[in-house]
Write a protein that binds this ligand. Structure first.
Ligand code: IPE
Ligand code: IPE
Ligand code: MG
Length: 245
C-alpha cells in the first residue's frame, strides 16, 4: 500500500478518536441512523489503514460507550452486529498488516459470541508488532477508574498492598490501558466539545482536537490534518515554555 504523499514530521505516539456524528450523517441524507453506523465502519477501515501506513504506534477508537446501552434496542443491536461484522471481515487484513488488536471495556454485558470473538482476535494478533489498535467497546472512563480503585482497595484490605505506595503510576497499572502510552492526541468528530467518559485518566495531558467533520466523512486526509495540527502545538506539561525559560 502506498504511503500518503505527505508524511508528518512529528507523529504522536498515541492517537485516540471519539468517533461521533454517524446519526447526523444519516439524518442529512434522510436515512435511518443505522445507515450512518454502516458508513462509519467504512471510516474506521480508512483510518486504520492510514494509521498503519503512516507507522503510527497506537490508535484507540471509541466504538461503544457504557452509556450507549441507553439507545433504542434496534440501534444497539445494529451496533453490535456491525462490530461483529467488522471483526469477521477485517481481521485477516489486520493480521497481515501486523496490527495488534485489543478491546478495552466491560465484557459483562456483551454477548458471549462477541466476547469469544474479542478473545480470538486478541490472541491471534498478540505477537504482532505493528500498529496497536484498541477498540473501546462498552467502555466508560469512570467505571474503569472505580474498578481500579476497588482492586487496589481489595489488595490493601487483604494485606497484599501498602496503601502508602499508591501513586499515579501504580494506579495506571490497574487500568485497561496499562500496556499503552497515554494518548498524545484525542480527536472528536462532529463538532461536539466533550469527552463523554472517554479515557478520563489517560487524557490528563492529551492535546484535544475537535473537528466539525462527521465521522463517516473522516478519513486519511482528515487524520493527517489533525496530526499536522498537533505537530504545531507546544506542549508544556505544567512547565514554562523553552522560549521563556
Ligand atoms: C457515533 O455516532 C457512534 C456511536 C456513538 C456508537 P452517533 O450515533 O453518536 O451519531 P450522532 O451523535 O447521533 O450524530
Ligand atoms: C460518545 O458518543 C461515544 C462514542 C463515540 C462511542 P455519544 O454520541 O454517545 O456521546 P454523547 O451522548 O453525545 O455525549
Ligand atoms: Mg453522538
Amino acid at each position: 500500500m502506498a504511503l500518503a504523499p505527505q508524511t508528518p514530521a512529528v507523529l504522536p505516539r498515541h492517537v485516540a478518536i471519539i468517533m461521533d456524528g454517524n446519526g447526523r450523517w444519516a439524518r442529512k441524507r434522510y436515512l435511518p441512523r443505522e445507515a450512518g453506523h454502516v458508513a462509519g465502519v467504512g471510516a474506521v477501515r480508512d483510518v486504520v489503514r492510514a494509521a498503519s501506513d503512516l507507522g503510527l504506534a497506537n490508535l484507540t477508537l471509541f466504538a461503544f460507550s457504557s452509556e450507549n446501552w441507553k439507545r433504542p434496542k434496534t440501534e444497539v443491536g445494529a451496533l453490535m452486529g456491525l462490530f461483529r461484522a467488522y471483526f469477521r471481515s477485517d481481521m485477516d487484513e489486520l493480521y497481515q498488516r501486523n496490527v495488534r488488536v485489543r478491546v478495552i471495556g466491560s465484557r459483562a454485558r456483551v454477548s458471549n459470541d462477541i466476547e469469544r470473538m474479542i478473545e480470538d482476535a486478541e490472541r491471534r494478533t498478540v505477537e504482532n508488532k505493528g500498529l496497536n489498535l484498541t477498540f473501546a467497546f462498552d467502555y466508560g472512563g469512570q467505571e474503569e477508574i472505580a474498578n481500579a480503585a476497588r482492586e487496589l482497595a481489595r489488595a490493601a484490605k487483604e494485606g497484599r498492598l501498602d496503601p502508602e505506595t499508591i501513586n499515579p503510576e501504580l494506579f495506571a497499572t490497574r487500568l485497561f490501558t496499562s500496556a499503552l502510552p497515554e494518548p498524545d492526541l484525542v480527536i472528536r468528530t462532529s463538532g461536539e466539545h466533550r469527552l463523554s467518559n472517554f479515557l478520563l485518566w489517560q487524557s490528563a495531558y492529551a492535546e484535544l482536537s475537535f473537528v466539525e467533520t462527521l465521522w463517516p466523512d473522516f478519513g486519511r486526509k482528515e487524520l493527517l490534518e489533525a496530526i499536522e495540527n498537533f505537530a504545531q502545538r507546544e506542549r508544556r506539561f505544567g512547565a514554562v515554555s523553552d522560549a521563556v525559560a
